[in-house]
Design a protein around this ligand. Structure first.
Ligand code: MN
Length: 447
């Protein structure tokens, strides 16, 4: 593929954005997509629509991950378009034009001229997008777009019978991270780890889940980051609710708190879970469960190796969890029977989710199934980043399964972000403590 890029981009002077990757990283991503697309086609990648929160106030805007991946455009309106009508690929970024009246209220825009600093050959007024796209579609045989992202784009292509989804091509690319992407993910994991440590240090018996949340998310903000998903802060029984996010209870002396939180750096997520006693001392029953989960987590991480089947990590964690449940007398059968033929044996009463997921521009990133899913999933390759997050949950509120009194109200999950390499797995979130003695040393000691 032979693309010609302007040596000299127009200085916009207006933009306060800087791209998190070199221009040629974006353009080589674009070229790799183009290589997989047929002759005579147009590719349309819109960013997300804005959503209203109340009256004229919007939810904080977050650009579409495919837009970030191919073009790095973070502003709240824009469409990336490419076509090969002339036999060569040509790329466009349609953006809102400069507009003083709007800029007085909402801030300086990059504008059409400024958009030439982005990795595209042409920029144009967003007002022209419908006419231009219609023209490109008329001159080509295939349309590729991600539908359901932009109402405007969905409307423009609604009557076109030949629309395909490019996400299959993009998702396979996105699941292998480049060195620079890994750097951003390391930064996100570092900030995430620090946030968990800040919460641990500042905890005390009786603390509110919302206060722990404020320590975690306050740290994200102090690093110019933000959460990559709503933080889960579950004290005691609330830790047994997998996606608990009310965060409105206090955590009593003697209780654990499960903190599942991560942040974003240039759109790249971290996703870390730690579970610890708010008074700084594990009880014996808590320790018994914690040690099983930790051992399972380490076994899961160790299984994150190039060439391993997708299910290898879930198998590794499930075997440790099942054996632990049998040792504690919670499940009474062989490890094999406890796991079952399809990870559906009685151990699943207490470990009811998969072991992890891809991580990247989406916190549950694209590119394959989740561990524990029925489908076979991809074989692991260097450059993939995966979460490993086994857990055990003994909700005292559960009446459908046997909850031993000794462990009632205990919910524990431990989650790290792991890079698959040619050699040993690399834990990106390794600075976040998880050994029992490390945690007991840090909880409650203050700043
Ligand atoms: Mn996760």
């Amino acid at each position: 593929m032979d693309l010609i890029w302007k040596d000299q981009k127009v200085e916009s002077g207006a933009s306060n954005m800087s791209l998190p990757f070199e221009i040629n990283e974006y353009t080589s991503r674009q070229e790799r997509v183009f290589d997989k697309l047929p002759d005579s086609c147009v590719l349309i990648i819109p960013t997300n629509d804005r959503k209203n929160r109340s009256n004229d106030v919007g939810y904080p805007f977050r650009a579409n991950s495919y837009m970030l991946y191919l073009c790095g455009w973070e502003e709240d309106e824009g469409v990336f378009v490419a076509h090969n009508i002339t036999g060569k690929w040509e790329t466009f970024l349609f953006v809102p034009p400069r507009d003083t009246n709007k800029e007085i209220w909402e801030g300086i825009r990059t504008g059409v001229e400024g958009a030439m600093d982005w990795p595209v050959m042409n920029s144009d007024d967003l007002g022209n997008v419908e006419g231009k796209i219609t023209d490109f579609i008329d001159k080509t045989e295939h349309v590729f777009t991600i539908s359901g992202v932009s109402r405007t784009i969905d409307g423009i292509i609604a009557n076109n019978g030949n629309v395909s989804d490019p996400s299959e091509i993009l998702d396979l690319m996105r699941r292998i991270k480049s060195p620079r992407e890994i750097e951003h993910m390391k930064t996100a994991a570092r900030i995430g780890s620090e946030a968990h440590i800040t919460a641990m240090r500042n905890a005390y018996p009786g603390i509110g889940e919302w206060e722990i949340q404020s320590f975690v998310e306050g740290h994200f903000l102090s690093e110019m980051s933000q959460w990559s998903f709503p933080s889960i802060i579950g004290g005691g029984d609330n830790g047994t609710i997998l996606h608990y996010k009310l965060n409105k209870s206090t955590v009593s002396d003697g209780e654990l708190v499960l903190v599942d939180a991560g942040c974003e750096v240039h759109g790249y997520a971290s996703d870390i879970t730690r579970t610890w006693p708010v008074n700084g001392r594990f009880t014996m029953p808590q320790k018994e469960i914690y040690e099983i989960v930790l051992k399972a987590e380490l076994a899961g991480i160790n299984a994150c190796r190039a060439g391993s089947e997708w299910t290898a990590m879930h198998k590794a964690t499930s075997e440790v969890i099942a054996a632990g449940l049998i040792d504690l007398g919670i499940v009474d059968c062989s490890v094999e029977e406890a796991i079952g033929s399809d990870f559906d044996g009685p151990y699943r009463n207490y470990f009811m989710h998969g072991t992890g997921h891809f991580l990247g521009l989406d916190v549950h990133d694209v590119g394959g199934g989740r561990q524990g899913d029925k489908n076979k999933g991809p074989v692991l390759e260097p450059g993939m980043v995966i979460t490993v997050e086994p857990g055990l949950y003994f909700g005292s509120w559960r009446s459908d399964v046997n909850i031993p009194e000794r462990y009632s109200g205990i919910g524990i999950r431990i989650e790290d972000d792991v890079l698959v390499t040619e050699g040993d797995p690399v834990v990106l979130s390794s600075t976040c403590p998880k050994e029992i003695d490390e945690i007991e040393r840090i909880v409650g000691i203050g700043e």
